[in-house]
Write a protein that binds this ligand. Structure first.
Ligand code: UDP
Length: 562
């Protein structure tokens, strides 16, 4: 059946149910954004033209909202607790619904069981039931519940599952045996899924799929209006919880010399003691009022926490400059409580790396807060700069619809594994060494991987310098790492074409392979396809990296990916 774009969201609002504070927050958001979603769908429909879109039957099981997993978030919605997850789930639901797919939503174990056809009270059902869904979107909590209650079906249908995973899961943590043997075992990882089945809030590592969320977009008239009415001396502090203000007196004192400071910190009856008296605290605001506050403000300032949330994008979209601290040394699961136990070794160099790396100046200033002069100079400079409201395309409604459309139509993790068994020589070499360069390109006449997505001709393979991860090596060349291309490179032929002097070649399990070790002129191939990883580096290895191009403002999609 062909999927048809929907423009009336009232049925979706019904499907979302009611009762919980979290659901109320999500529904309000969806209602408020309806006009934007509808307009975006019209634009995307025009862009896609007559392309066929399969209608999928989709189950969305929001595990963290179930009582069975404790539902710690719902009671905190009105008390300054994290809202980023709810923003994202609301936008995922809107996207799937507007794209025209069949949708079921569950927020309790009972509803999950009845939708999966598991008789309640049966516990671990031993039978393989036919699954009435093509796709299931859930989170780590939901994944655990499905494993417990789907019996053998879980194994059979796990390839249809997508896991919404804010900070991401790197391949080394996902592979059970490897994680256990090499110290990558955490509370969350080791599911042996295809790493692309994990979907993140920001494009952290291309090993996972970038799901994202949306921020409200302004039209030209609104942009002009906002620019004209900015108070150049008004700052809003990032963070709804009082604890983030602790120990920040020095910075607040400096900031207070130049600007009027506003906060949206939740409080019960009196001012939280961490928030100084010169701050105008509005208490936790409803989302639309928070947006209004951002429209007036010149500066949105972060003090290091929360990490990587939606609010800085909203601030920048409303014409604020975002000022944040550089982390040196970077924060990661190795040295910071917040990231400890998360299935990633990603190093976080500032409070919001996406804002720093994908947006940057003049919208984003990342400075060393330990250096008071640098901090003060940044504030003064920001007060003098004029910036336009800015929202990257991938965070607009159209961008999110486009990206998820592409995933739904092209990502298939149930199909038999890709070509080129590890270590094998391809019968016909699909590569050429690019002229005057040191990277490999796909040959024009290579019919080696028909139907691959992203299409194989967008592959550009580079040998990274020692110690460089493929994520970074590709970015160095203005490209993005594409893990689904690893199988094409995992051969002696690829090394040979790159003129790498291999004295020996071995095939082993290591998330850094394929790679070349300079000292012994050894080449290593990857033995376990699940361990292909863009993330990760070691000074011992030059990694062989599969890169590809990407669309401007839509890093998840290559030029020919739509
Ligand atoms: N927000 C809000 N009221 C406020 C402050 C923030 O509704 O007073 C919203 C904001 O619009 C954003 C969401 O909270 O979409 C999540 O913000 P944040 O970046 O702080 O991420 P979190 O840590 O909550 O996941």
């Amino acid at each position: 059946v062909q999927a048809v774009f929907r423009s009336n969201l009232s049925h979706l609002l019904e499907l979302m149910g009611s009762g919980k504070e979290s659901l109320i927050f999500m529904k309000k958001r969806t209602k408020r954004l309806t006009a934007q979603w509808v307009l975006a769908a019209q634009r995307l429909a025009r862009k896609l033209g007559s392309v066929w879109r399969d209608q999928k039957q989709i189950l969305v099981h929001i595990g963290f909202l179930t009582e069975e997993s404790g539902d710690v978030f719902s009671p905190r919605v009105l008390k300054g607790g994290p809202l980023g997850e709810m923003v994202q789930w609301a936008d995922i639901l809107a996207t799937l619904y507007i794209l025209g797919h069949g949708l079921r939503i569950t927020v309790s174990l009972k509803e999950l069981q009845s939708n999966l056809g598991v008789p309640p009270g049966r516990g671990n059902c031993p039978l393989t039931m036919p699954l009435p869904f093509d796709l299931i979107y859930t989170d780590y909590h939901g994944l655990q519940q499905m494993k417990q209650h789907m019996g053998l079906s879980f194994k059979k249908y796990r390839c249809r599952i997508r896991v919404i995973d804010t900070f991401g899961t790197e391949p080394a943590y996902n592979h059970e045996e490897y994680a256990t043997l090499h110290g990558y075992r955490t509370n969350w990882g080791y599911w042996n899924l295809n790493p692309k089945q994990f979907m993140t809030m920001f494009p952290h590592t291309p090993d996972n799929s970038f799901m994202g969320f949306v921020s409200e977009e302004l039209n030209e008239t609104e942009k002009q209006l906002i620019k004209g009415s900015k108070a150049s001396n008004m700052a809003v502090v990032y963070g709804k919880e009082a604890s983030i203000w602790k120990g920040k007196e020095k910075f607040l004192g400096i900031l207070n010399k130049y600007m009027e400071i506003h906060g949206t910190v939740y409080y019960e009856s009196q001012r939280p003691p961490e928030v100084p008296a010169f701050v105008k605290n509005h208490g936790l605001l409803p989302q639309p009022e928070f947006q209004q506050l951002l429209r007036k403000a010149k500066l949105f300032i972060g003090f290091g926490f929360p990490y990587e949330g939606p609010a800085p994008l909203e601030a920048i979209a409303n014409g604020c400059v975002f000022l944040q601290s550089r982390f040196s040394p970077p924060h990661s699961s190795l040295n910071h409580e917040f990231f400890r136990g998360k299935p990633t070794s990603r190093e976080v160099f500032s409070q919001h790396p996406y804002a720093e790396n994908f947006i940057g100046k003049p919208h984003v200033w990342t400075v060393d807060y330990n250096n008071s002069e640098e901090f003060e100079a940044a504030i003064k400079a920001i007060m003098r700069t004029q910036v336009d409201p800015y929202l990257p395309y991938e965070y607009t409604c159209e961008g999110m619809l486009e990206r998820i459309h592409a995933y739904i139509q092209h990502q298939d993790f149930c199909a038999a594994p890709g070509p080129a068994p590890p270590g094998a020589r391809a019968p016909l070499s699909p590569f050429v060494l690019a002229p005057n360069a040191t990277h490999l390109e796909w040959t024009q006449n290579a019919s080696f991987a028909p139907g691959a997505w992203p299409p194989a001709h967008s592959l550009r393979a580079w040998l990274a310098t020692a110690g460089r991860a493929c994520t970074d090596a590709c970015l160095d060349h203005g490209l993005i790492c594409e893990p689904s291309f690893f199988p094409f490179l995992n051969s002696q032929d690829a090394f040979q074409k790159l003129q790498v002097p291999c004295d020996s070649t071995e095939s082993e399990m290591n998330h850094l392979y394929p790679a070349f070790a300079q000292p012994g002129h050894e080449c290593f191939l990857q033995k376990e396809p699940l361990l292909f990883s863009c993330a990760g580096s070691s000074t011992k290895y030059h990694r062989l990296c599969p890169c590809r191009d990407f669309r401007k403002g839509q890093v998840a999609l290559c030029q020919d990916c739509l």
